[in-house]
Write a protein that binds this ligand. Structure first.
Ligand code: F6P
Length: 371
């Protein structure tokens, strides 16, 4: 009999509940018990926040968005923001308490579902505290090099594509340039996939710093072909050549990364200033993280969940499950967190975009391809 605790950390992503379902069902079939730690590590800090997950509790959750056990991106037990009696927020290392509770509950393994930040914390628990951990990669950004794909990404791209489809008619009716900012942090996967699928004229990604003059050139070319409207997709982490990435500052204490956002509005203003065209900016934001997971994401999440349970069975700890072609594999967590997956400047995705007439924000000559 094994006893597993599962947590979901970082930003939510469609498919989290499907992983939870798969872990609970595959464990139940083996006669094991599964507990959920609410709000990241909170359940391991305060045992009142720990819940027993039974097959009855997870019935029907596979198709739902979000996570039934909650999540946080300010919950690193090695640097936890805690309010003192005076109402001030102080950062404390509470990792020992987490480990004591893990042992007190008699857990054999912690399945940590999360992005790079959460997986890094899980790896630290494995290395420094001796916790048995298995990682399950989650992020709508699809920016983990060690896995071909992460669940949540396909849903986010579908949501963004649907939004672009809808914007065509209003942009066309008003002869407007619609600039749509999408998520993805430092990787342009959501932007390029939704932009190509949703018929964008221009796609701006972090991997290719752009020039406003090239964007305006493309808009002028459109006009020569009697196309007076345009759709520009810009990734939140994209920046103009020789400009810093635009962000919203540090965010609350305990959050590891800056909040991005604002580049869409900046691009829209620059286009208007230089071309006089009627321009609007739209931030898709958290819409991309919401809703029911697509079939593709559900399947991936269910595969990840059952594979994680198999890794527990084989006691292959400090590893992350990953997709490799059609296969599920185990990658050491140390390797999994070491590299971010970027859109290759000279890869097929960029090439396809250029060949169907999409401007990538720079002169084509800057993006040479080998035959
Ligand atoms: O990593 C997922 C993600 O949605 C990013 O694409 C985005 O930059 C960030 O999280 C937003 O974080 P928050 O939910 O804290 O606003």
């Amino acid at each position: 009999m094994k006893k597993i605790v599962i947590s979901t950390g970082g930003g939510d992503a469609p498919g989290l509940n499907a992983v939870i379902y798969a872990v609970v069902m595959a464990s139940h079939a083996r006669g094991w018990e599964v507990y959920g730690s609410r709000t990241g590590y909170l359940g391991l800090l305060n045992l009142d926040e720990l819940i027993r997950l039974t097959p009855e509790m997870v019935a029907d959750i596979t198709s739902t968005g979000g996570t039934i056990i909650g999540s946080t991106n300010k919950g690193n037990p090695f640097a936890m923001p805690i309010e003192n009696l005076a109402g001030e927020v102080e950062v404390h290392d509470v990792s020992d308490r987490v480990m004591e509770n893990f042992k007190r509950m008699g857990f054999d393994c912690h399945i940590a579902i999360g992005g790079d930040g959460s997986l890094e914390i899980a790896h630290k628990f494995a290395q420094e505290k001796g916790m048995n951990v298995i990682g399950v990669p989650k992020t709508i950004d699809n920016d983990l090099e060690a896995t071909q794909s992460t669940f949540g990404f396909d849903t986010a791209v579908s949501t963004a594509t649907e939004a672009l489809d809808k914007l065509h008619s209003t942009a066309k009716s008003h002869d407007r340039v619609m600039v749509v900012e999408v998520m993805g942090r430092d990787s342009g996967w959501i932007a390029i996939n939704s932009g190509i699928s949703g018929g964008a004229d221009i796609i701006l990604i972090p991997e290719i710093p752009f020039e406003i003059s090239e964007i305006c050139k493309k808009l002028n070319e459109n006009e020569l072909h009697n196309k007076d409207y345009a759709i520009v997709v810009v990734a939140e982490g994209a920046s103009a050549k020789n400009h810093e990435v635009i962000d919203q500052g540090e965010g609350p204490i305990g959050r590891a990364e800056k909040l991005l956002g604002g580049v869409g509005t900046w691009v829209a203003k620059e286009i208007n200033k230089r071309t006089g065209k009627d321009t609007r900016a739209l931030v898709l934001g958290h819409l991309q993280r919401g809703g029911s997971p697509t079939t593709c994401d559900r399947l991936l999440a269910l595969h990840f969940g059952t594979t994680a349970v198999r890794l527990v069975e084989h006691e292959k700890y400090d590893h992350m499950v990953a997709l490799d072609g059609d296969d599920m594999i185990a990658v050491p967590l140390a390797d999994a967190i070491s590299q971010r997956k970027k859109v290759p400047r000279n890869g097929d995705r960029v090439r396809t975009a250029l060949e169907i007439g999409i401007c990538m924000g720079v002169d084509k000559q800057e993006l040479p391809f080998e035959d």
